[in-house]
Each structure stands twice: as structure tokens, then as C-alpha cells.
Design a binder for this molecule. Structure first.
Ligand code: NAG
Ligand code: NAG
Ligand code: NAG
Ligand code: NAG
Ligand code: NAG
Ligand code: NAG
Ligand code: NAG
Ligand code: NAG
Length: 800
């Protein structure tokens, strides 16, 4: 047994160290096995010059975040300006919370012993935590290597010299003093362009750069995929998409600066002279704050006045849904019998008012009377925008079925007509407020003088005059922008489909549209699909989910995930119905049905098959990488790849897939096995984590099936010539075929789908088979990602 003194020694030592720390207060380095406690306000890590400190930062009553803040000039508590926080979403208690550097090399934040946040690092040898004078908190391995750094995971602030990359984003805080994350996000979009996104609870949309401009017009350069931006020490910001600006204090070096995505959705650079405690705005992204989305809710209007700031008000005829909470929007203070009885309705004109998105049945170059009639006939039309070049009494007409992101700005020259009951009366006040701008201001007045972005503002003004060109970008449609950068008008066209948004249907409506569910066009595990004709003459597919046990909230969550995904190779969802126990989804209708139905069709000649391979890969790559949320399909099979009138593929049925947080993929909570036998990756059966590589596997099984005509559900035995009864499955069969010294044409020939009758492109076939074999590797890490697959296939798209 050890003598008592040796047991006590460590205790004394730690008490001694504790008291040392109390007296020296701030540490330059946090070594292994040391920790900072929330209970001691002097437990801080300080950068060499004292410019930054890291420690527990109060975020509410008895709530703390582990943060880095500016500490020169000295500040205390909430008066400091934090620049990074480990646990924005989960503040820790004011007692027994610590940040410790474990012996394993992992930095962990605990609340009464429970882990709240961790750096996820490990370093068996040395490790220490340091804070740089740049504001970077980093863990080194003692020999110069960086194990983890706060610069890699910014919160809402970017510091000078901190690289902003394709892997990082800024997310705004909830409010001035609530650091939990909100709806605004700065990121590099899939097109390599830096953007601001409003990612609200039910709708997302890009609001900066103004989505009605193309990259060309904005001078954004989308072809540099390095995706990096940095604010330098002099105050110049430069991004790899060629966007750049200088702050108004550019050139002064004795300045503290930070770029923050504020809780109001604007991106600003702040500066303060050394020694000053007051931050000044030295640049901001949007000079018209009402162009930030999600400011006022539904059916309300944002107005801006430089002296009073931003304010919201309901459109005439509507009242606040939750008084005091503008984000909840407004609801009608009236009811229509059905919204399209002409003698019940009148339209009230609102000047300088515009709403964003949810356009339906847009028509260009039309008369006011026709536009009015369109909105009158459309029962759920809530009003219409009538604006444009207006030559000879003709303008553009934008009927709206939802009134979102409304603004009332003197700079907007269009008119809005709102649909209200004929007998509804308004106080003069309600109407005058919207029309108080007597004449359109001059250009100078329109461009707020604070704007550093002269070119942009001019273009904005130009666009307003030339047509109030107002583009509908609903539900992440900006991803679509990739397609039509140069041409605003054609971009307009491609939005028409999605412009109607994501609609709620009643069960009776769908029952009628499907003629009492009479024409079945497909059937799957999730339910039966029927063909339907909507009252507006659109042909759609209605999927009736069988044993829909999900509650309404879950269902809506799932449906809105699907509704928000938008890509030309993914089936578009038009709406849903949730009534009682009934759950229905409304999709676009695909003329040629599924790939499964067409596998043996002579219509699927080689070029179409290759196009299907490319298109399907693009759709899946989009699901995996390009959407903000990471969506796995998990059930890729020929039945779930649908073909439109041009035989272009669209992936369907990603309703089964679960929305996954990029960070949480490893410990995913897939409890049930999803997928279809034959197409399922081996990790489903073994206990390995499920990643996007499961879709890569299934995708290639489908492709192999498409080019060989052999189903993975059956063995190839029947195809073996001779009486050889050996059973062999698709993948080993293909592997055997191409094994050997030479992959000769004749070997390939044996594998090609008989329906192709030898008409195929040898080079492309080789590529397909080659990539396929990589993709069906047992080891998921050996499989390429879906975007790599797209690249490989595109390289050979034009081979002949
Ligand atoms: C911050 O806002 C979130 C979301 O509204 C809320 O859950 C949390 O309690 C707030 N935190 C504080 C400290 O008020
Ligand atoms: C810390 O700062 C020094 C000089 O200021 C710099 O050389 C080093 O790269 C920085 N380290 C990290 C991880 O930021
Ligand atoms: C982007 O900037 C670089 C250098 O600043 C310039 O050479 C290039 O032409 C620019 N590209 C575009 C498309 O403007
Ligand atoms: C891409 O951007 C980086 C960083 O701004 C720059 O260094 C590089 O030259 C750019 N490449 C091209 C091809 O423009
Ligand atoms: C907008 O308001 C209507 C009521 O007028 C409501 O039914 C609808 O769900 C709201 N939409 C959004 C996106 O908030
Ligand atoms: C709009 O229509 C009028 C008459 O139909 C026609 O003269 C005019 O050229 C059209 N304008 C545009 C921009 O299409
Ligand atoms: C307006 O008309 C509707 C139906 O036509 C009726 O229900 C409502 O009571 C009327 N309101 C007023 C203020 O007359
Ligand atoms: C007036 C008008 O343009 N009506 C069209 C509305 O949209 C549907 C389909 O989306 C068309 O069929 C109508 O002709």
C-alpha cells in the first residue's frame, strides 16, 4: 500500500497550481490535463499581446459560452465583443463547467461532467492550447502542427487574415445578446460564389447578391473553385469569385476589425481604433435593409427610414397574427367564399410595394385588365404585381399566391394590387402609408449615400425601372442559377415551375384530380402513385403514402425537405396533403415512367443510357454535396429513376432519405435498414456507419444493370452458356468478365445489354464499367464520391 504522503502529494500539487493560477490569473498556454473553470472569472487564456482572450463568456442568466473576445482595451462580461464561441447552441451552467485539455489530446467543454462540445482531436504525445494575436485559438502538437483551430469553424465573425473557405460559413446570432444560431448564412454556393442566404423555418432564399442579377452583371467569377476569401490587415476583402471591396477605413493598420453577419441579416465590417471601445461600421453588404429576407413575416411589408430604421406593417385588410412578433406575419381579417367570385372582390392599389417569389402564371407584356382577370380567376391569388417597361399600356404581370418578403420602398416603381372583399373598408391611414411617396425620387436619392457599391446600386435601380424584374427564387432554387447565369429571362422561365411554391392540397381536391384514385401509375414500398389532372390543367403524379404512421409534424418536416430540394435531375414536388391520417405527396408527372419500365425498351439507345447515367449521377451528387442539407437517398434503384418526355432522368422517392446534419453522419440514427435487396451496399448489413457511399454503391448497381440488362436481384446462372449450374451474381460476373490482361472489345461485347444490339460507344462503355467497379467496392472508402463520378462521366460525354 502506498504511504499516505504519496497520495497527498498530487493533491497539494494541484492546490498549489490552483493558487498559482488564481494569482497569475491569465495563462498564455493551456497544457495537457489542465482546465479552465467557469467559476473563476480569471481563468483565461490570453494571446501574447493581450489583444484577445478566451474563456467563459456570459450569454444569459447563469449561462456561459466558451468564447474568444477582443480584450484590448480591457473589458468585462457581456460588454466584450466575442468573435468565436464553442457552444453557441448549448450554453453551460455557471457552476461546475470546465474547458479541459485531456491527456488524450482532446479539448472538451463539460457542464457538470457532461460533454457539451469537443474538438474531436487526439494526440497521444504532446498537445497544448494557445491563442494567437490574430484571434485564432488553436491546439498544437508541440512541434508546430495544428490539430484544431477556431479559425476553421467561425461562428458569426470573420477576423482579418482568417480564411473563409468552401468548408466554412458564418451563421448569424438570434439577437444582440442571444448568440444561438439564427437564419442567416454566409457561404460559398456550389457555383463558387459568395452569397447570403435566409434559411428560415419553412423557406430559404438567397438575398445577396441580389438574386435578380446574373453573375456576369455582378462581376462575380464562378469558375474559380478554390473558394477562398479573406479580409486583410489593411481592410481589403478579396474573394476567389473576384468579389472585393475596401472598408471606409482602408489603409489604417492600427485598427481592430471584424466582419460579422449580424442578427439582422446584414453582413458588416466593423472597425475601431486601438484603445477605442466603440465599433464603427466601415462596410455593409446591403444598403437597403428591406431586401434582407425574412424580416417581416407573411402578408406584411418592410419599410425603411434612415432615421427610424426598419419597420413592419400588415398589408391592408390583414392583421398581425401574433401581436408584437412580426416574424409571425399577418393573417387576413376577412374571408372569401372561395376567393374567385368576381362580385365579392376588389383590388386595392398599393404604390411602391413589391413582394418576392411565389409568382404564379406570370405573363409578360400584358394589360392591367388581363392581369387583374388572371388573379381574379385564380382563387388562391392574393394580389398581383403589375410593373415593367410599360410601353403602350403593356407591362408584366406577376400574380402571387403568397405574400412574402414584402417591402414598401420609394425606390420601387411598381404597383401592387391586393385582393380584398368588395365590402371591406380601410382607414385612410392604412392606405395612405403605402402611397405617401408622391413622386419617384431621383436616382441620387434612391441610392443611399452609404452605399459603397455604386455599380450594384445603379444596376438595381436600372432593373427596377426596366421592369421591376423580380425573380422568383423559392426553396433553394438559386442552385438552379447555375444553369442560366447569363440570361435573366430564361432563368425566369425555369423558375415558373417552382414559382408556385410548395402547395397545400385538400384531400377532396386530390381525390377529384385523380378521378377517385383510378389511374395507378406506380407502386412502391411507400405507397401507390396515381396520375392526376389539377384544375389548372397540369398533369401531376399523386403519391398516397400507405400506413403513414408519421405524425403531421414529422410529415411536414419530411415534405418540406423534399419540397426544398430543387434540381433538374431530381423529381420536383409540387405540394402535399395532410388531413387526418391521410398523407399524400404531389409530384411532377414523368411521361416515360421509370427506368425499370424502360430497361428493355429499344427507345433507350446508347446515348440516352449514357445521359441517364450522367443525369442520375448529377441528381445524387446534388443531394449529397450541393444542397445545404446533406440528403442521402438510400434506395437508389431503377424504379426510382423516372424519365421525362426527353428521357432525361429524375431521381424520385428521396422521401425515405433522412435529412442529415453533415456533422452527425458518423453517429447517424438510421435504425431501420433502408433500401432494396440487390442494390444495397454491404454496410447496411455489416454494422458500419452509413454515409453517402451507400448511394454510390446502389447507383452503380443500377448502371451495371442498365448496360448489361442483368438484374442484381437474380443470379446470372441462366445466362451462362452450357450446362454450368454455378450461380453467379451481377458484380462478380462483371468482374470476372473484365479480369485478365486485356479488356478487349469482345469481352465487353458479351456484357452489353442485348437490346443495344451492338450499338454502343466502346470508350464510354469502358468508362462506365471501370468506374462501376470502383464504386461497388466493399470498402466504402475506396468508392469515389458522387461528384467525382459526375466528373469522370462528363469527361467522356462527347466521346464518339
Ligand atoms: C436564445 O434563443 C433561443 C431560440 O429562440 C432560445 O431557445 C434560447 O433560450 C435563447 N437564449 C437565451 C439565453 O435567451
Ligand atoms: C500564430 O501566429 C504566428 C505569428 O503571429 C503565426 O506565424 C502562426 O502561423 C499562427 N498560428 C496559427 C495556428 O494561427
Ligand atoms: C478576376 O480577377 C483577375 C485578377 O484580379 C482577373 O485577371 C480576371 O480577369 C478576373 N476575372 C473576371 C471574370 O473578371
Ligand atoms: C482563384 O482564386 C485564388 C484566390 O483568390 C487566386 O489566387 C487564384 O489565382 C484564382 N485562380 C484563377 C484561375 O483565377
Ligand atoms: C402565410 O399565411 C397564410 C395565411 O394567410 C398561412 O396559411 C401560410 O401558412 C403562411 N405561409 C408561410 C410560409 O408562413
Ligand atoms: C408588347 O406587345 C405589343 C403589342 O402586342 C408589341 O407591339 C410590343 O413590341 C411588345 N413588346 C415587347 C417588349 O414584347
Ligand atoms: C361582406 O360580405 C361578406 C360576404 O359577402 C359578409 O359575410 C360580410 O359580413 C360582409 N361584411 C361587411 C362589413 O358588410
Ligand atoms: C392565364 C394563364 O396564364 N393561365 C395559365 C396558368 O398556368 C397554367 C399551368 O401552369 C396554364 O395552363 C394556364 O393557361
Amino acid at each position: 500500500m502506498a504511504p499516505p504522503s504519496s497520495l497527498l502529494l498530487p493533491l497539494f500539487l494541484s492546490l498549489f497550481l490552483q493558487s498559482c493560477r488564481l494569482s497569475t490569473s491569465a495563462l498564455p498556454i493551456l497544457p495537457k490535463r489542465a482546465s479552465l473553470s467557469v467559476e473563476n472569472p480569471d481563468d483565461l487564456l490570453v494571446s501574447p499581446s493581450g489583444a484577445f482572450s478566451a474563456g467563459f463568456f456570459p450569454v444569459g442568466h447563469n449561462a456561459y459560452g466558451f468564447a474568444v473576445w477582443f480584450s484590448h482595451p480591457p473589458c468585462s462580461g457581456a460588454a466584450c465583443t466575442p468573435v468565436w464561441m464553442a457552444n453557441r447552441q448549448a450554453p453551460v451552467n455557471g457552476r461546475r463547467s470546465t474547458l479541459s485539455l485531456l491527456n488524450s489530446g482532446s479539448l472538451v467543454l463539460t457542464d457538470a461532467g457532461a460533454e457539451v462540445w469537443s474538438s474531436g482531436t487526439s494526440s497521444p504525445s504532446a498537445a497544448e492550447l494557445r491563442l494567437n494575436d490574430t484571434g485564432n485559438l488553436f491546439l498544437t502538437d508541440g512541434s508546430g502542427g495544428v490539430l484544431w483551430q477556431s479559425f476553421d469553424s467561425p461562428t458569426d465573425t470573420l477576423l482579418p487574415q482568417q480564411p473563409f473557405t468552401g468548408k466554412t460559413f458564418l451563421i448569424s446570432a438570434r439577437s444582440r445578446y442571444n448568440y444561438s444560431t439564427e437564419f442567416y448564412k454566409l457561404y460559398f454556393d456550389p457555383n463558387n460564389v459568395l452569397r447570403l442566404l435566409f434559411d428560415g423555418p419553412s423557406i430559404s432564399s438567397v438575398y445577396w447578391p441580389y438574386p435578380w442579377f446574373s453573375n456576369d452583371q455582378l462581376g462575380r467569377f464562378p469558375y474559380n473553385s478554390s473558394r477562398i476569401a479573406v479580409l486583410d490587415l489593411l481592410g481589403r476583402f478579396q474573394s476567389s469569385d473576384n468579389y472585393s471591396f475596401s472598408t471606409s477605413d482602408y489603409g489604417v493598420t492600427a485598427m481592430q476589425r471584424r466582419m460579422t453577419l449580424d442578427f439582422d441579416g446584414n453582413l458588416r465590417v466593423y472597425g475601431r481604433e486601438l484603445g477605442s471601445t466603440v465599433w464603427a461600421v466601415t462596410w455593409e453588404a446591403l444598403s437597403i435593409p428591406c431586401f434582407i429576407h425574412g424580416v417581416c413575416g407573411n402578408n406584411s411589408l418592410c419599410s425603411y427610414d434612415p432615421t427610424q430604421g426598419r419597420s413592419c406593417s400588415c398589408v391592408p385588410g390583414y392583421v398581425p397574427k401574433v401581436p408584437g412578433d412580426w416574424s409571425a406575419g399577418c393573417v387576413p381579417d376577412f374571408t372569401f367564399s372561395d376567393g374567385c367570385v368576381a362580385d365579392e372582390i376588389r383590388f386595392v392599389k398599393l404604390q411602391y410595394v413589391d413582394f418576392y417569389a411565389y409568382d404564379y402564371n406570370i405573363s409578360f407584356n400584358t394589360t392591367l385588365a388581363k392581369c387583374r382577370q388572371t388573379c381574379l380567376n385564380l382563387c388562391n391569388c392574393r394580389g398581383f404585381q403589375y410593373s415593367g417597361s410599360g410601353s403602350g399600356g403593356m407591362s408584366d404581370c406577376y400574380p402571387k399566391i403568397e405574400l412574402l418578403n414584402g417591402h414598401n420602398l420609394p425606390s420601387f416603381p411598381g404597383e401592387f394590387f391586393i385582393k380584398v372583399p368588395k365590402n371591406k373598408t380601410f382607414t385612410v391611414d392604412q392606405l395612405v402609408k403605402r402611397t405617401q411617396y408622391t413622386c419617384p425620387p431621383t436616382q441620387e436619392e434612391k441610392v443611399p449615400h452609404r452605399s459603397k457599391d455604386g455599380g450594384l446600386s445603379f444596376m438595381l435601380w436600372f432593373a427596377c425601372v426596366v421592369g421591376g424584374i423580380e425573380i422568383v427564387v423559392v426553396f433553394l432554387v438559386w442552385c438552379f442559377l447555375i444553369r442560366n447565369q447569363q440570361d435573366v429571362t430564361s432563368a425566369h422561365q425555369s423558375y415558373l415551375n417552382t414559382a408556385a411554391g410548395f402547395k397545400w392540397f385538400s384531400y377532396d381536391e386530390l381525390k377529384k384530380a385523380t378521378r377517385n384514385f383510378s389511374k395507378e401509375i406506380g407502386r412502391g414500398a411507400a405507397g401507390i402513385v396515381y396520375k392526376a389532372l389539377l384544375p389548372d390543367d397540369r398533369v401531376v403524379a399523386v403519391k398516397v403514402l400507405s400506413n403513414a404512421t408519421t405524425g403531421e409534424a414529422d410529415f411536414l418536416a419530411e415534405a418540406s425537405t423534399i419540397g426544398r430540394v430543387n434540381h433538374m435531375n431530381l423529381i420536383g414536388m409540387l405540394g402535399y396533403c395532410a388531413e387526418g391520417k391521410r398523407r399524400l405527396l404531389v409530384y411532377e408527372f414523368m411521361e416515360h415512367g421509370s427506368l425499370a419500365q424502360n430497361l428493355a425498351s429499344p427507345e433507350l439507345h446508347w446515348k440516352r443510357r449514357y445521359d441517364i447515367a450522367v443525369g442520375t449521377a448529377k441528381g445524387l451528387a446534388y443531394l449529397h454535396d450541393e444542397c445545404l442539407e446533406w440528403v442521402l437517398h438510400c434506395d437508389v434503384k431503377p424504379q426510382n429513376i423516372l424519365l421525362d418526355s426527353d428521357y432525361q432522368p429524375k431521381v424520385a422517392d428521396f422521401g425515405l432519405s433522412k435529412l442529415m446534419d453533415r456533422g452527425k453522419v458518423r453517429n447517424s440514427d438510421f435504425s431501420r435498414i433502408r433500401g432494396t435487396r440487390g442494390y444495397m451496399a454491404p454496410e447496411w448489413i455489416s454494422n458500419l456507419p452509413i454515409t453517402s457511399k451507400v448511394d454510390v454503391y446502389s447507383y452503380w448497381i443500377v448502371m451495371l444493370e442498365m448496360v448489361t440488362g442483368i438484374s442484381p436481384m437474380t443470379s446470372v446462372q441462366s445466362l451462362q452458356s452450357g450446362g454450368d449450374a454455378k450461380q453467379i451474381w451481377l458484380v462478380p460476373w462483371v468482374r470476372n468478365k473484365i479480369k485478365g490482361p486485356r479488356r478487349t472489345g469482345s469481352r465487353l461485347k458479351e456484357m452489353v445489354h442485348p437490346e443495344l444490339r451492338g450499338n454502343y460507344n466502346m470508350k464510354q462503355m469502358e468508362v462506365l464499367i471501370e468506374v462501376a467497379l470502383k464504386c461497388v467496392e466493399e470498402d466504402r472508402n475506396a468508392r469515389p464520391t458522387m461528384s467525382q463520378v459526375v466528373e469522370m462521366l462528363l469527361r467522356h460525354e462527347n466521346d464518339s
